[in-house]
Write a protein that binds this ligand. Structure first.
Ligand SMILES: C[S@@+](CC[C@H](N)C(=O)[O-])C[C@H]1O[C@@H](n2cnc3c(N)ncnc32)[C@H](O)[C@@H]1O
Length: 195
């Protein structure tokens, strides 16, 4: 499905970074692990700020476009084609983890998110934006399966060892490519790994 979506020349989520990420880059330190990086807009942006970025995605087509975008902007990113259902990040080696619209089934999150915690250094940051269950009533993007959509409760349950720096559900105007356009219900989370 994702390879098909990314098959054309167009960058379907655009080439500009996610707005929430762009606003909070000051909180991030490298290396950055980006989950579900897709066509590279966020990784390339972070690399342009001087951060080392490791973008992981199941779509080799998306990540090939990510590398092409990086080359066009004269920055370097590291990419890895991997299914997040089995991906094992290294331990204690990232300063930040970024998850932008990387909606996953709860069973997959249950396995992955403890590994996200483990891969971060103490004090490391997770920055996540996802559609909430309220987004089901809209046709402005996101999966139609409530299990893949996030809520405040899910964030609090699934990231128990993070101190929330920011956690809010809101409606915002999204203009991030043809699949993510219009008023959307999102959750935004920045958490700091506790000691
Ligand atoms: C909505 S796109 C967002 C892409 C990118 N984060 C952005 O903001 O432009 C979701 C991405 O998650 C990836 N993805 C979804 N499920 C995955 C899985 N199980 N393993 C690896 N990647 C996955 C897809 O390939 C896709 O690139």
């Amino acid at each position: 499905m994702w390879n098909e979506r990314y098959a054309g020349d167009e960058y379907v989520y655009g080439t500009e970074p996610n707005a929430f990420l762009a606003k909070h880059t000051g909180m991030l330190s490298g290396p950055v692990l980006s989950l579900g990086e897709g066509e590279g807009r966020n990784a390339v942006f972070l690399a342009s700020l001087g951060l080392n970025v490791h973008g992981v995605d199941g779509s080799e087509v998306g990540l090939a476009k990510a590398l092409a975008l990086a080359q066009s902007k004269a920055v370097k990113i590291q990419t890895e084609v991997a299914d997040l259902g089995v991906f094992e990040p290294g331990e204690n080696c990232y300063g930040s983890v970024v998850s932008i619209s990387a909606h996953l089934p709860s069973a997959m999150r249950r396995r992955l998110y403890p590994l996200v915690e483990r891969c971060l250094r103490i004090g490391g940051i997770i920055l996540l934006e996802a559609y909430t269950e309220d987004q089901l009533a809209r046709d402005t993007g996101g999966p139609k399966d409530p299990d893949m959509l996030m809520t405040r409760d899910k964030i609090e349950r699934e990231f128990p060892n993070f101190e929330p720096i920011l956690l809010r559900e809101l409606e915002r105007e999204v203009s991030e490519g043809k699949y993510h356009t219009g008023i959307a219900s999102v959750i935004q989370f920045i958490g700091k790994k506790k000691t």
